[in-house]
Design a protein around this ligand. Structure first.
Ligand code: AMP
Ligand code: MG
Length: 340
C-alpha cells in the first residue's frame, strides 16, 4: 500500500439509504481517492429494508477496509466523517449512521449528516465542472427535477408515487427477466427496448410539474399478461413513455429557469436512450448536457464524502445527538451555504 497523506484534509462518506452500502473518500480539493460499493441483491422480489440493512452491517468493515486500501490512507488521516442522513429506508439509514457515529467518536473528528439528493447533485457538478444545472435525478427510489433557486435547491417536479427505476424493475420482474450479478433490471429492459419497433399507447401522466408512474406500470403489466404483444415492443413503449414524462418536466424547468446546464444522474442515467433524449432538449435550449459515469450516478459513498467536504468547509456539522436519521428529508429543507 502506498501511503499518501492528503495535503489539506479529507472526508470519508458512508452511503446506506437503500440497497447499496458504499464508502467513499474525498479530499478537500475534490479528488476522489476511493469509492467502494457493495450492492445488496435480494434473492427474489424487491428490497426488504431489514434484509438490506443486514447486508450493510455484514459488509461495512470489509467495504471500509477496501476504501482505506484504495485511497492509501489510514483512518487517522481523516478530518471528518459524513453519512447519508436521509431520505431513505429507516433500517438501512440507521446502519450507516451507526457506523459513522462510531468512527467519528473513535477518531475524535466531526460528523456531517448529508442529504442524499444534495450529494447526487454535488458530485454531478464536481465531475462536470458544472456551476448551476437543472438536475434530472432518476433512480430506484427517487425521481425529481431540481435546481438551485432563492438560496436552496428546489424540487421543480417529482413523482407522486413510485420512482422511474422502480417502475422498470417491477416490470422486469413481472416479465420474468433474470438478472446476472451486477446487471440492473433497467439495463435488461434497455437492451430489449432496442429491438422494439412498435409504440404501444400507454398511460402518460404529468400533472403540472409532477409525474405518476404507477398507472403506467399497471397498464404495462396488464398488457404483458395478455401475452399477445412482443416483450421488446412493450419495453420500448414503456421506456419511451416514462422517459418522455421526465424529459417534458425537465424541459419546462429549463425553459423557466433559463439555466445553461442540464445534469442527468441516478442509476437510470446509465440508459443511452434517456441520455439521448435529455441531450436533445439541452441542445434546444442552448444548455450543456452533463451526466456522470455509473460509479458516481448510482448510490455511492464518494458523493457523500464530497458533500461532506462542502458542508464541513462551510461550517456545517452535525452533533452526535442531532444525528438521527431523517427518512423523508426533503431537498428544499437543506441549507447549502456553499452554493451561491
Ligand atoms: P440507484 O437507485 O441510483 O442505485 O439506481 C438503481 C436503479 O437504476 C434501478 O432501478 C435500475 O434498474 C436502474 N438502472 C440501472 N441501469 C439502467 C439502465 N441502463 N437503464 C435504465 N435503468 C437502469
Ligand atoms: Mg441503489
Amino acid at each position: 500500500m502506498t501511503r499518501r497523506k492528503p495535503m489539506e484534509g479529507c472526508c470519508l462518506g458512508i452511503e446506506s439509504t437503500a440497497d447499496d452500502f458504499s464508502v467513499g473518500i474525498a479530499t478537500f480539493n475534490g479528488e476522489i481517492l476511493a469509492n467502494i460499493i457493495s450492492a445488496y441483491m435480494p434473492p427474489e422480489g424487491g428490497i426488504h429494508p431489514r434484509e438490506a440493512a443486514r447486508h450493510h452491517a455484514e459488509n461495512a468493515s470489509k467495504v471500509l477496509e477496501e476504501a482505506f486500501k484504495k485511497a492509501g490512507i489510514k483512518p487517522k488521516d481523516l478530518s471528518v466523517i459524513a453519512f447519508s442522513q436521509g431520505p431513505g429506508l429507516g433500517p438501512c439509514l440507521r446502519t450507516g449512521a451507526t457506523v459513522a457515529r462510531a468512527l467519528a467518536s473513535y477518531l475524535g473528528v466531526q460528523l456531517v449528516g448529508v442529504n442524499h439528493c444534495v450529494a447526487h447533485i454535488e458530485i454531478g457538478k464536481l465531475k462536470n465542472d458544472a456551476e448551476d444545472p437543472v438536475t434530472l435525478y432518476v433512480s430506484g427510489g427517487n425521481t425529481m427535477v431540481a435546481a438551485f433557486d432563492a438560496g436552496r435547491y428546489r424540487v421543480f417536479g417529482e413523482t407522486l408515487d413510485i420512482a422511474l427505476g422502480n417502475c422498470l424493475d417491477v416490470f422486469a420482474r413481472e416479465a420474468g427477466l433474470r438478472q446476472k450479478p451486477g446487471e440492473p433490471f433497467g439495463a435488461i429492459v434497455e437492451k430489449l427496448a432496442r429491438n422494439g419497433r412498435r409504440l404501444i399507447p400507454l398511460p402518460y401522466t404529468v400533472k403540472g410539474m409532477d409525474m405518476s408512474f404507477s398507472g403506467l406500470l399497471t397498464a404495462s403489466i396488464n398488457m404483458l399478461k395478455k401475452g399477445d404483444l412482443k416483450l421488446e415492443d412493450l419495453c420500448y413503449s414503456l421506456q419511451e413513455t416514462a422517459f418522455s414524462m421526465v424529459v417534458e418536466v425537465t424541459e419546462r424547468a429549463l425553459a423557466h429557469t433559463e439555466k445553461k446546464e442540464v445534469l442527468l444522474t441516478g442509476g437510470v442515467a446509465a440508459n443511452r436512450r434517456l441520455q439521448e433524449m435529455v441531450r436533445s432538449i439541452a441542445e434546444e435550449h442552448d444548455a450543456r448536457f452533463c451526466t456522470v459515469p455509473k460509479e458516481f450516478a448510482v448510490d455511492n459513498g464518494a458523493m457523500i464524502a464530497w458533500a461532506g467536504v462542502l458542508a464541513f468547509t462551510h461550517g456545517v456539522t452535525t452533533p452526535i445527538d442531532e444525528s438521527f436519521v431523517k427518512l423523508r428529508w426533503r431537498l428544499e429543507e437543506v441549507e447549502v451555504p456553499w452554493v451561491k
